[in-house]
Ligand binder design. Structure first.
Ligand SMILES: [Zn+2]
Length: 123
């Protein structure tokens, strides 16, 4: 009987025995899953951190509830435009929100209009 060589997903040791085996033993199995959960947790934490950072950049750039600012100014404050928590559509714009601060692209592509969330937007 021939079978391909398989390696433990956790410690990379050669596996013997059943072809569908993925780990040498239960220790490797649970270590592998724990490690994966940690990295998922770290991934979520990183995104949460960035969202918080985005909110604080928007807040700093918009102290009076509404402002038009250059995107690179927000980037300098730590904003990453990839992440937002939700969107809100006005008659003319789609705003991307980071918690209670949102922004929309304006005609000048280099700039965004920042607003603070109002109660009527939550409905
Ligand atoms: Zn192993």
């Amino acid at each position: 009987m021939t079978h391909e060589l398989m390696y433990c997903l956790y410690c990379q040791e050669k596996l013997q025995g059943r072809r569908d085996k993925k780990f040498c033993n239960l220790y490797c199995k649970s270590a592998y899953h724990n490690k994966n959960e940690d990295s998922q947790e770290a991934f979520i934490k990183d995104i949460n951190k960035q969202l918080r950072c985005n909110r604080s950049a928007l807040r700093k750039a918009c102290p009076l509830g509404k402002a038009t600012v250059r995107k690179d100014f927000l980037s300098k404050l730590g904003m990453d435009f990839k992440y937002h928590t939700h969107t809100w559509k006005s008659a003319s714009n789609i705003y991307k929100f980071c918690y209670d601060y949102g922004y929309a692209q304006v005609i000048d592509q280099q700039k965004v209009l920042i607003i603070q969330e109002q109660n009527y937007m939550k409905e």
